[in-house]
Design a protein around this ligand. Structure first.
Ligand SMILES: [Zn+2]
Ligand SMILES: [Zn+2]
Length: 378
């Protein structure tokens, strides 16, 4: 239904109607289907879009001629200033809502409406420690951003009356050039070179910002980094990006959090993993050991007969879950170390131990002799 795009039909007009007819019918229909008067009824919204698109084309002399000759084409909407088309109806906010970027209609092609300009976003990285990521932390970050110029208050002009309307484009920021071709006049619109598309000429530019209305300087922002944040997570601080001077909206600041590694600690979900080494005597007989946790040193009890890779779980001693309150666990993996070098006395003791349990052990002594023996075994 929308594909046909019968603009005259949509407005209930015949092809020979006048501009006054078009305005009158559009005004009537717009009042009827205006989304704010229809409680967001999707049918009314769709209708409102249809009539607005029709009006945008038919109310413009060049576009109407193009439409009459060639029918609907996307090129109808190239370099189209919707802000000025609908300015007399004061529908600015509605059009931003419907025909803003990404809407997927011809209206979403590059448009320069009266909408406020927005400064660019800024991305920075911030390093925090492993413990800070576990508990959360408040930190101040310093970075460079374009800020509104305090000397000219963002206008870019040294004098209050130093801004004049660009004569080349009459303040529209665009220049139109007509070209005669076989299929008729082709009108192209381009950005005005004299004013760079702003529509204004500054006679005496502000010296501080060189007429731009903003300049780069250091800025500090306090960040509340939540507990449980992961390495690579991005925080958005709205309005803390670059400015484009007076009447512009600041971009946003994006902070990518880099969590530094902590020796011996690993994160697994909200659990903290670490290893400790004990000797086989400690494993067999049990012992008490001091281990490091996020909360500091802590004594743990190794029971007699502890096997290699046994896990000791310290409940709720891990990382606080992101946007939550529960803490993960701290899981300690027990590694049992077998000695590689023994003294003579130790060998005697161990052999005695093995004999008592009737365990067959290598009878050769430690060192050169056993190596030679092993070599002959094969
Ligand atoms: Zn300035
Ligand atoms: Zn200009």
């Amino acid at each position: 239904m929308r594909n046909k795009r019968d603009y005259y039909g949509v407005l209930g007009l015949s092809r020979d109607c006048t501009l006054t007819d078009i305005k009158r019918e559009y005004r009537k229909l717009a009042r009827k289907y205006h989304p704010d008067l229809n409680n967001g009824d999707p049918k009314a919204e769709e209708k409102f879009k249809e009539i607005s698109e029709a009006y945008a084309v038919l109310s413009n002399e060049d576009k109407r001629r193009q439409y009459d000759q060639f029918g609907f084409s996307r090129s109808l909407f190239e370099d189209f200033d919707f802000g000025s088309v609908f300015s007399e109806f004061d529908f600015g906010d509605i059009f931003d809502r419907f025909f803003g970027a990404g809407f997927g209609s011809p209206f979403s092609t590059r448009q320069r409406s009266r909408r406020k300009e927005r400064g660019s976003d800024i991305s920075v990285e911030m390093k925090i420690s492993f413990k800070e990521s576990a508990y959360g932390v408040k930190k101040e970050i310093e970075y460079n951003a374009d800020d509104i110029c305090e000397v000219c208050r963002g206008k870019g002009s040294a004098a209050d009356d130093g801004i004049i309307t660009c004569r080349e484009c009459s303040g529209t920021g665009k220049v139109r050039t007509a070209r005669q071709t076989l299929i008729g006049n082709i009108i192209t619109t381009s950005t005005c070179r004299d004013c760079g598309g702003t529509g204004k000429i500054i006679k005496d530019p502000c010296k501080k910002c060189r007429g731009r209305g903003y300049y780069s300087r250091k800025r500090k922002v306090k960040l509340d980094i939540p507990a449980g944040i992961h390495d690579g997570d991005r925080l958005r601080v709205s309005g803390k990006g670059n400015s484009l001077g007076k009447d512009s909206i600041n971009g946003d600041l994006f902070v990518t959090v880099r969590v530094m590694s902590y020796p011996g600690f690993k994160r697994d979900g909200n659990d903290v993993l670490s290893n400790i080494e004990i000797s086989f005597a400690q494993a067999a007989l049990g012992c008490r050991l001091e281990v490091e946790t996020l909360d500091g040193k802590e004594e743990i009890n190794i029971k007699p007969g502890t096997q290699p890779n046994k896990k000791i779980i310290l409940k709720s001693r891990g990382i606080i879950e992101l946007n939550g309150y529960r803490r993960g666990d701290h899981i300690i993996n027990i590694e049992v170390k077998i000695p590689t070098k023994l003294t003579k006395e130790e060998i005697i003791l161990l052999k005695k131990y093995a004999d008592g349990r009737e365990e067959a052990v290598d009878s050769g002594s430690h060192g050169v002799f056993s190596n030679i023996k092993n070599a002959f075994k094969k």
